[in-house]
Write a protein that binds this ligand. Sequence first.
Ligand SMILES: C[S@@+](CC[C@H](N)C(=O)[O-])C[C@H]1O[C@@H](n2cnc3c(N)ncnc32)[C@H](O)[C@@H]1O
Length: 368
Amino acid sequence: MENVSNQTLPFATRRAQRPLRRDRPSHDETDAPLPQRGEMFHRDSATIHFQPAEELYAHWPTPTCIISDGPYGLSGFPGDPPTPAELIEWYRPHVAAWSERSTPQTTLWFWNSELGWATVHPLLIEHGWEYRCCHVWDKGIGHIAGNSNTATLRKFPVITEVCVQYLKPARFLGGARSLSMQEWLRSEWQRSGLPLRLSNQACGVLNAATRKYLTADHLWYYPPPDAFEKLAEYANSHGRPEGRPYFSVDGSKPISADEWGRLRAKFACAAGITNVWKHPQVSGAERIGGRRERMKWKYSSLHGSQKPLKLVDIAIHASTDPADVVWEPFGGLCPAAVCARVSRRTSFSAEVIPEFYSAAVRRLARDL
Ligand SMILES: C[S@@+](CC[C@H](N)C(=O)[O-])C[C@H]1O[C@@H](n2cnc3c(N)ncnc32)[C@H](O)[C@@H]1O
């Protein structure tokens, strides 16, 4: 049963009600009333807020996936700093909140230009995010056709953006030290006093457990939950009694197979998808706010940075299951809300410019 509603958040703050800057785009010609700060719109499991994301993080449920498509340092929309150098300070409170609210199951997809990403990368690392893969959106030669003055620019035409995957890996205490999962597995086994080779007996394998799960080198593999459970059972029944429990985080019982499975991010790769995402810039019916709607501001369509639904969908499907929570802090036209609703994820988007919010709401309401 579809559920659509418009309401105002009780936690909208005074700051959120400040007048908007004058350099915002002109309002939709339909002259629909401007949304009120704190307003939100739901359709089924997708919610779009007209409020700054930083005021909402504390109220949104824990994310399984965060789709960040914020400033690029190009003055692309009101509030976007004029240069990438200012991005670190801009993103700092957002990255801090994402880190605080995320778990080892959370995947962050960080969209930006290559320079914007390179600038913000150290901030993400500082806040505990681990780089996993850079996906290049190749918009194709059509993106610059007749529109690139390379003699003046002194560089090749740029037809890409990046969408970079980060994880928030679990950390474990080993005495006073903070250990990675790999370090902790090996140190718990060693703490049990058992020789490493007996881990193969524990898992019923020839040598895969020592070679893959308990190795100290870079060829380490995550033990699947059933293998982890076997290691933990063996260490707890054969290891030194005085050190028990082994493979525990609460000091009273070992981590269960289910709990172990939740200690890393979800990932499912559909066949044929690589880290190069070839897709033209959004056009046709998917392009929101073309001439027809006359909502021009700097660009020929409503939003200069609209992401293709297909690419946002790849990220959501790779890192979440139905019912999981998707955050879209810098919504724009809220492609993640549209994709999440269709694929039955639960999504929370935020946008601060009335025209973008209103267009995103119309889009979500109409399945565009
Ligand atoms: C790059 S655009 C997002 C484009 C979007 N992915 C799409 O496909 O339409 C970034 C958006 O973030 C919005 N924004 C900027 N600061 C924000 C904040 N603090 N909270 C929520 N939205 C914000 C901007 O108004 C802009 O529309």
